[in-house]
Design a protein. Structure first.
Length: 120
């Protein structure tokens, strides 16, 4: 949310901030510790340690993780293009000089999405 205007970013992202330095004997404190561990043998939570070992140390787990990372990379590239298209369309709408069809053609967004952005 933009604090100055109380407008949502509307970018499809959901971001949660946590203090990764937090440590104590609670499950959250242990989880923050485990998130910072590269070596599963140093992890405190059994379930997290076991899953991490699977994805880091077994052939099937490594293969699965490689596929997930590749998919995430591809989605990130796709989302980056969509985000830029979204920004271009918003600027064009703000200028008020372009038809919805022109915005669609220039931004690459589907006409329905442009109409949505325009509140039409």
């Amino acid at each position: 949310m933009m604090l100055e205007t109380d407008d949502l970013f509307d970018d499809g992202e959901h971001i949660m901030y946590v203090n990764g330095e937090y440590r104590d004997d609670s499950d959250i404190g242990k989880l923050m510790h485990d998130f910072c561990c590269w070596d599963p043998n140093q992890m405190l939570l059994n379930e997290f340690r076991d899953v991490t070992r699977y994805y880091k140390e077994t052939e099937k787990g490594v293969s699965t993780m490689c596929k997930v990372m590749e998919d995430m990379r591809n989605e990130s590239i796709k989302f980056g293009e969509n985000k830029k298209s979204f920004e271009v369309a918003k600027i064009m709408l703000e200028k008020g000089k372009y038809t919805l069809e022109e915005i669609k053609d220039i931004s690459g967004l589907p006409l329905e999405r442009v109409k949505e952005l325009a509140g039409a």
